[in-house]
Design a protein around this ligand. Sequence first.
Ligand SMILES: Cc1cc2nc3c(=O)[nH]c(=O)nc-3n(C[C@H](O)[C@H](O)[C@H](O)COP(=O)(O)O)c2cc1C
Length: 151
Amino acid sequence: MIQEELGTSAPQDIGEVDISKLAGFDGLVVGAPTWNTGADEGRSGTAWDDVLNSISGLRLSGKHVAVYGLGDSIGYGDYYCDAMEEIYRHFEKAGAKMIGHWPTDGYQHAESKAILENGKFCGLALDQDNEDDLTEERVKAWAKQLKSEGL
Ligand SMILES: Cc1cc2nc3c(=O)[nH]c(=O)nc-3n(C[C@H](O)[C@H](O)[C@H](O)COP(=O)(O)O)c2cc1C
């Protein structure tokens, strides 16, 4: 859905991507579920956990990067979309220009590591388990925001 809205190239599984080639893209939209509940590191429980250290060592200076997270704000309401922030920090360390911060209005979680000091999510939080009726409008509005932020 995000790819359709943005008109970007087809999504790829991060486990199949040559990390050293990430610097070659004009911009990146990256996302993950949170499956490793409550973890500080390796929060996603996917191939992302194996590549984060390589990513923070890249030189992505000024490259636009946006993150999204997939989670369950009721069943795992104290850890909602936690993996999104771990990914965000590693791209930020690589010097990327992080875009796509997103307001928390209308969400049902109790706690989330993905909320920044400015009170916003570090990227788009999606909950297809409890709020699938909101996904399309969230994605459309976020895609519009990313374009206005220069993606
Ligand atoms: C074992 C397990 C742990 C999960 N832990 C979290 C969590 O800590 N935070 C969260 O937001 N969602 C959590 N979820 C929900 C998943 O992130 C959510 O179901 C997933 O993004 C949707 O994709 P799926 O349908 O492929 O599972 C967890 C799901 C499972 C099965």
